[in-house]
Design a protein around this ligand. Sequence first.
Ligand code: TRP
Length: 359
Amino acid sequence: MTTILDTTPDDDELGLPAARRRSAALERQIHERPGRFRALTGDRPTGRLHLGHYFGTLHNRVRLQNLGVDMMVLIADYQVLTDRDVADRLAEHVEDLTLDYLAVGIDPDRATVFTHSAVPALNQLLLPFLSLVSVSELGRNPTVKDEIAHSRQSAVSGLMFTYPVHQAADILFCKAGLVPVGQDQLPHLEVARTVARRFNSRYGPVFPEPEALLSAAPLLLGTDGGKMSKSRGNAITLAATADETARMIRGAKTDADRDITYDPAARPEVSSLVLLAALCLNRDPHEVAGEIGGRGAAGLKGLVTDAVNDRFAPIRARRAELAQDRAHIRRVLRDGNEWANAIADDTLKEVREAMKAFY
Ligand code: TRP
């Protein structure tokens, strides 16, 4: 296949170059007037978050919050119901996720942490929104296709199929202008933009079109060299102890070349470990690799273990302390849900007025 552009066809299909340029422009505007922006992002409560989540998105959420952006952090608890194993332990997962958020520095005085199942008006938006998209559009969504392919279910539920529309409700209920996400979420965001546009043109202007804020998420691999993932058991969690961390890194896949270099294309496993150390130390990965030099995989692993354990010691200590205070966790969620409900009720009222469905 020939490509004329210096991007891969996949990148282009997703509109990635344009999305990256737009994100850079948004970053400049955020720095000028952070208070003008509301951002919404979130996670499905499927277990404890790991270092990939931290450097990929959590760190960025805390940065935006600290700049003064109004942060809404969603725990997407309805969207895990299709996974039986996860659904059976929902409350535990929600609590774990909340603890992870608070431990990394999401501050409930400045950010709203909420669960979408507790916000009825948010979910009611799903009905008018579903009327605005076709079944074939949903069937084409690449992220849904991917998730269906990877799910352990034999049949695709209606909930899974309509996930992007539900996600549109998650974003639009609070009129979030910014959605800090990884590039895998771009197709979902496109659905939210389409829903906003179609709603506005049919019923009048209610929703701003949300924009993706792509962060330069570093690609960290799991300790087996595959994609880092909770379900593959190859991820170091935020909550892991120093010993567990050491054990996982000791078992991590490397290669036979004693000289440590940073070369993600040729040496993905070694380079991912170098990158992890560099991220923890706020340093350049080439420099870190150069310093390890001929000390081999053992030298590399020792350095990565210390770097991770030093960087995450305060976060882990805070997490352990917060875990003792269940009442606090419940209060954070109750307050977050209360505020999310107030916002959602206002939006639903506006929506019903726009639809002339107010009797
Ligand atoms: N789909 C996201 C994920 O799998 C989670 C999510 C649900 C989300 N609703 C959202 C992310 C709204 C951003 C905005 O990680």
